[in-house]
Design a protein around this ligand. Structure first.
Ligand SMILES: Cc1ncc(COP(=O)(O)O)c(C=O)c1O
Length: 377
C-alpha cells in the first residue's frame, strides 16, 4: 500500500499560537479562566453577537453542561438527529434521558424539521439541531415548533462557527449552543469547546456547574468573600495554555475562513462535471444559509463506489474518510430500540458519503492532486 502523503486533516499554526502559549506560561497563567480564556470568550461573543460564551474542555463537555443546566432527568426525551457524532446523544443519555432519533433531510443532511412534530411526546424536553457541515438547519421552522410545544433548543454547532442562517450566526438561535475546537475543526486548540449562552437565565448556574459546583468565579470577581460548594458540577474549564493556542487561531479567523472558502469552491467547481457524470452529488447550500466551510463531501451512488474511490485515492497517497454510522443502528442505538428503517435517509447517506482532505494548510498543489485523482476515477 502506498504511503499517505495527503492526510484527511492536518493541524497547523496560522498566527500567534506559540507566542501566546509562551506568554501564558511565562506570566504563570496555565490553569483556566485567566487572561487568554477571557480574550477567547470576548472574541467569540463578538463574532457570534452572543451575550455569554464560556470555554470548555470540549464540545462534548459543553453538551453535558447544557444537559445539566436543563436539569435533564431519567424519563425525559431529547430529540437528536441520527446522523451526528455520538456526543450529541450521549450528553443527554448520561443524565438518564432517552435520545429519540430523528431522520435527516436528503439535501442538507440536517435534521428533518417536517418529521419533528410526530416525535414530540409529553416527555420531550429538548431538540438538538446539528448544523451539519456548517450549513444551517431550518431554524425558523424549528423555533416555531419548539415554541408551540414548550421545548428548549440546544444547537450543536460543532461544525458551524461563522455560518449563518438568514443572516444570523449559527449558535445564536437556541437557548444554548455548543462549539468544538477539536483538531478537525476550522479553528482549533487540539481539544476544546465552548458553551454559548443566549438565554441569560442559565448564565449564573453555568458558571457554577462548569467550576465543579463551586462559586469560584464569583469569588474571583470579589462578589463573595470565600468560595464553596453550592451545586452539582464538574470540571469543564479549559487550561489557559490551550486558550492561548485558540486565541492565536481566533485572531486569524478571517485568514482561516478565506482559505477554507477557496478550498471548498475549488473542489466544488473542479469536480462539478465529474459529479454529474458519476450520478453523485456535492453539498447543497440553501440560499438562506451562509455556510461555515467546514468540509467538502461527495455523496456517491452506492457503497461499492465509495469503497472503490477510497481505495483508489489511498493508492495515490490520499486519505479520504466517511462518517457517521447512524446512531440508531450503532450498538448503543440498538440497545435503545433502534432498528433498520427508522431513519431511512440517514441510513442511505451514511453508506455513500465521502469526505475529501480539507484543512487550513492544504496547498493548491496538493488539492490539485486530490482533484486529479478523483477525476481519474
Ligand atoms: C456534530 C458534533 N458534535 C459534537 C462533537 C464533539 O466535539 P468534541 O470533540 O469537541 O467533544 C463533534 C466532534 O467531531 C461533532 O462532529
Amino acid at each position: 500500500m502506498s504511503q499517505i502523503s495527503i492526510p484527511f486533516n492536518r493541524s497547523s499554526l496560522v498566527g500567534r499560537e506559540l507566542k501566546y502559549i509562551i506568554q501564558a506560561i511565562s506570566i504563570g497563567q496555565i490553569a483556566g479562566d485567566q487572561s487568554f480564556t477571557k480574550r477567547c470568550q470576548t472574541l467569540l461573543e463578538k463574532f457570534l453577537d452572543a451575550p455569554t460564551v464560556m470555554l470548555t474542555t470540549s464540545c462534548t463537555h459543553a453538551l453535558e453542561l447544557a444537559a445539566f443546566l436543563l436539569d435533564i432527568q431519567p424519563g425525559d426525551e431529547v430529540i437528536v438527529p441520527s446522523f451526528t457524532f455520538v456526543s450529541t446523544a450521549n450528553a443527554f443519555l448520561s443524565r438518564g434521558a432517552r435520545p429519540v432519533f430523528i431522520d435527516v433531510r436528503p439535501d442538507t443532511l440536517n435534521l428533518d424539521e417536517t418529521k419533528l412534530e410526530a416525535l414530540i411526546t409529553p416527555k420531550t424536553r429538548a431538540v438538538i439541531p446539528v448544523h451539519y457541515a456548517g450549513v444551517g438547519c431550518a431554524m425558523e421552522a424549528l423555533l416555531a415548533i419548539a415554541r408551540r410545544h414548550g421545548l428548549v433548543i440546544i444547537e450543536d454547532n460543532a461544525h458551524g462557527l461563522f455560518g449563518k442562517y438568514k443572516g444570523r450566526p449559527l449558535g445564536t438561535f437556541g437557548a444554548l449552543a455548543t462549539q468544538s475546537f477539536h483538531e478537525t475543526k476550522n479553528l482549533t486548540c487540539g481539544e476544546g469547546g465552548a458553551l454559548v449562552i443566549n438565554d441569560p437565565q442559565y448564565t449564573q448556574r453555568a458558571e457554577i456547574l462548569r467550576e465543579k459546583g463551586t462559586n469560584r468565579s464569583r469569588f474571583f470577581r470579589g462578589q463573595v468573600d470565600k468560595y464553596s460548594w453550592v451545586d452539582v458540577g464538574s470540571s469543564y474549564v479549559m487550561s489557559d495554555v490551550l486558550a492561548a493556542f485558540l486565541c492565536g487561531q481566533l485572531e486569524a479567523w478571517e485568514h482561516i475562513q478565506t482559505r477554507r472558502r477557496r478550498i471548498w469552491n475549488v473542489y466544488h467547481e473542479r469536480l462539478a462535471g465529474w459529479i454529474a457524470a458519476k450520478g453523485a452529488r456535492g453539498p447543497v447550500i440553501p440560499p438562506e444559509c451562509e455556510q461555515a466551510y467546514h468540509m467538502y463531501y461527495l455523496l456517491l451512488p452506492a457503497l461499492e463506489v465509495r469503497t472503490a474511490l477510497i481505495n483508489h485515492l489511498k493508492a495515490r497517497g490520499i486519505l479520504s474518510v466517511f462518517h457517521y454510522l447512524p446512531l440508531h443502528l450503532s450498538a448503543m442505538g440498538r440497545k435503545l430500540g433502534g432498528k433498520p428503517g427508522d431513519c431511512p435517509v440517514a441510513e442511505d447517506v451514511s453508506d455513500r458519503l465521502l469526505r475529501l482532505p480539507f484543512y487550513n494548510s492544504l496547498t493548491d498543489a496538493d488539492q490539485e492532486r486530490v482533484i486529479q485523482a478523483v477525476l481519474e476515477f
